[in-house]
Design a protein around this ligand. Structure first.
Ligand code: ADP
Length: 344
């Protein structure tokens, strides 16, 4: 119940077609679709390179006109807003490296106030307060005096997000905010954006190539590709209706319904009967390690074997402190278990 409280449509798209118009021709990039973005939610835009993610973000931010259809922000056509109004409505975080590398983080974040002060405007006491709060929210107080040029990629990304927060826009668009980051920093940035959506009621919409991360953290996902167009849903619905499989499965990569994530298909050829507590981490790790070696774990309740997998001729019993192979060989680690099984 709590989930839907305060969530409302802030961006509404109808029959939208994005693309490029030159003097002689119109080149459509994404096919017509309808969609909404909700406040309080993190929405991720996923699709292969060249699918039209940046084009869509640019169109929604009014950096380029739509080829067809309508975009409404807070109930009013995007085209009706002045650029000054838009700068108080939509904050855009682009991936480009900032050239302002001599500026301190505090100064950079303060620039987020320019829609209210004018670019060269002095910050009022209120502007300073908003800037301070943005820095606190993102958790970069200790970076405040650092020149932007000395930051790590993850720190710089946080500073850019703080700048956008200082802009105090209800809507934030980000183009690949997790690109170039190491995995922990990707997770941190996504969690930060989710928190800002939840706690600050922002409408957060971002493009990313980090499929697995997006499927775990996004409230809603927009899938985009050239032939299929745009498909939208809660990640688990897109799993159940097969959309994720259609958009992303390829040779060697399959969508796994039990985890809701993609997995590498190593081409299983053998099988082994695995018993023990099916819900334990030890069991899942044993199954995972076997799968990597092309061995299918036949667990209690397992359905029929795929036809290209041989009948199990070995067993592994997973206990609290060992992996017992064929009833007698006691292995303490998974490495030992694999060796016992694969050496046969
Ligand atoms: P993505 O962000 O998903 O990688 P883009 O939105 O950058 O995809 O590109 C989508 C398509 O639009 C591509 O085929 C690209 O070549 C084309 N495109 C991008 N920018 C322009 C432009 N300025 N003029 C014409 N076509 C463009």
């Amino acid at each position: 119940m709590e989930m839907s409280v305060g969530r409302r449509d802030t961006v509404r798209v109808h029959d939208l077609v994005t693309g490029y118009r030159s003097r002689s021709a119109v080149r459509e990039v994404s096919k017509s679709f309808d969609a909404t973005l909700l406040s309080g939610e993190l929405t991720c835009l996923l699709g292969p390179n060249g699918a039209g993610k940046s084009t869509l973000l640019r169109t929604l931010s009014a950096f380029q006109p739509a080829i067809g259809g309508t975009i409404e922000i807070e109930g009013r056509p995007l085209a009706d807003y002045s650029s000054r109004e838009l700068s108080r409505l939509i904050g855009v975080v682009l991936t480009e490296r900032v050239s302002l590398s001599n500026m301190t983080v505090g100064e950079l974040v303060g620039l987020g106030r320019s829609p209210y002060t004018g670019f060269w405007g002095r910050l009022s006491a209120h502007d300073m307060e908003v800037t301070d709060r943005a820095i606190r929210l993102v958790g970069i107080d200790e970076l405040r005096e650092r020149p932007v040029g000395t930051l790590s990629d993850g720190e710089r990304q946080k500073a850019m997000i703080a700048k956008t927060l200082a802009q105090e826009t209800p809507i934030i668009f980000l183009d690949e905010p997790t690109a170039f980051l190491d995995y922990p920093s990707k997770v941190e940035i996504m969690q930060l954006l989710q928190r800002l959506a939840r706690e600050e009621g922002k409408t957060v919409f971002l493009s990313t190539h980090d499929l697995e991360l997006a499927l775990q953290i996004a409230d809603r996902v927009w899938l985009i590709d050239k032939t299929r167009g745009v498909e939208i849903g809660v990640p688990e619905d897109l799993a159940l209706n097969g959309a994720l499989g259609r958009y992303f499965e390829r040779e060697g990569v399959v969508f796994d319904m039990t985890t809701g994530l993609f997995r590498i298909n190593t081409g299983l050829s053998r099988s082994v009967i695995v018993t023990g507590d099916a819900h334990s981490g030890r069991m899942s790790m044993a199954v995972k390690a076997l799968a990597r070696e092309g061995v299918l774990a036949v667990t209690p309740g397992c359905e029929e074997l795929p036809c290209d997998v041989s009948r199990p001729d070995m067993t592994v019993e997973v206990t609290a402190d060992a992996f017992i192979v064929d009833g007698s060989r006691r292995c303490v680690t998974i490495a030992e278990m694999l060796e016992a099984i694969l050496r046969v």
